[in-house]
Write a protein that binds this ligand. Structure first.
Ligand code: ADP
Length: 323
């Protein structure tokens, strides 16, 4: 029987994502509702190692549910990758009487959480927070929905000006090695082509098709490029060589990481935070929470991070049939 916990800590780590604040709030308030003391550490694992401690209570998370970013801030810590770093982190946590930890972050942050749990036995639960949606064990990560909606807003604006100028436009979106942002925003934004790292493509064929459609009077051709699918500048240069057309290039960049979280991300944040605290109350460390369909799920972090993310090929094919 696991020892009863009395105090938990929360941190956000790695790339920030909309909904992280809402997840901190849910964790803090649900913990408080269950009689636990709560604190935070600023700037992810760096904050533990540098003892950047923040006392938290119900009131300290007021008015953040709709704010993008993370008020606890986030960072990357090379020191935490080392066993000595994690032992030091455990000492700092113990010095504040912290019995358990909630880590909100992406793949790397979850791996760090697992290492801390394995090395020190401190119960840790991970909440998937990244706009990339690059974790295979969960249908959605926190921040993905907001990022896709931000891309959609940008695509709508670009279409207005594309239509007015008869321009082919390449839009580069984030996602690291994952094409989910490109696929979901491209499909729902009516993109003519979606280039993702998971599916090989032939730019020559695409260029020929687009040139043909331009000659027939098609006014707007939008190609959404996932950042992992290739360098946009190179793709545009090749495209120009093939077609003689000069495409416009727009890199949306960090705009995709900000903004007020959507309803879907806020709901997910609330449900993830509550489940994370419930797991710790039940004495379950080393788990990650996620969502499958409409169900909130939990899975040992070791299994969760070992799963290989793939793209939804059916959805990809459906997008291609709607051009
Ligand atoms: P994200 O969580 O967004 O994927 P990173 O991959 O940069 O971001 O990871 C955030 C932090 O998590 C790293 O700076 C490091 O402190 C920790 N981390 C990442 N991978 C590991 C690992 N394999 N073992 C231990 N800690 C890790």
């Amino acid at each position: 029987m696991a020892e009863k916990i009395r105090k938990i800590a929360v941190l956000t780590s790695g790339g920030d994502a909309p909904g992280m604040n809402a997840a901190i709030r849910a964790s803090v308030r649900h913990a408080d509702s269950n009689g636990l003391a709560v604190c935070g550490f600023r700037r992810g694992y760096c904050g533990i190692l540098e003892d950047d401690y923040v006392p938290l209570d119900r009131r300290s998370v007021s008015n953040i549910v709709g704010a993008g970013g993370t008020f606890l801030m986030t960072d990357r810590s090379p020191e935490f990758n080392l066993p000595e770093g994690r032992q030091k982190a455990a000492e700092v946590l113990r010095s504040h009487d912290v019995d358990a930890l909630i880590v909100i972050g992406g793949d790397g942050s979850l791996r760090g959480a697992l290492d801390l749990y394995n090395d020190t036995g401190i119960p840790v639960v991970g909440i998937p927070g990244t706009i990339d949606n690059d974790l295979a064990y969960t249908d959605f990560t926190l921040g993905f929905d907001t990022a896709v909606n931000t891309v959609l807003w940008a695509i709508n604006s670009l279409r207005d000006t594309m239509n007015s100028h008869n321009k082919v436009t390449f839009v580069e979106v984030m996602g690291r090695r994952c094409g989910d942002i490109a696929l979901h925003a491209g499909l729902s934004g009516g993109a003519e082509y979606i280039l993702v790292p998971e599916v090989p493509f032939d730019l020559r064929t695409i260029a020929d098709d687009i040139l043909g459609s331009v000659k027939l009077g098609k006014k707007s051709n939008l190609i959404v490029v996932a950042e992992g699918a290739g360098k946009m500048e190179d793709l545009c240069r090749e495209f120009a060589e093939y077609t003689g057309l000069t495409p416009r290039q727009t890199r949306l960049g960090f705009i995709q990481r900000g903004g007020s979280p959507t309803y879907r991300d806020r709901l997910l944040a609330c449900r993830f935070g509550i489940r994370a605290v419930d797991l710790l109350l039940a004495g379950k460390g080393g788990y990650a929470v996620g969502v499958r369909g409409t169900e909130i799920i939990e899975m040992p972090i070791a299994e969760a991070v070992a799963m290989k993310k793939t793209i939804d090929l059916d959805l990809y094919r459906q997008a291609s049939s709607l051009i």
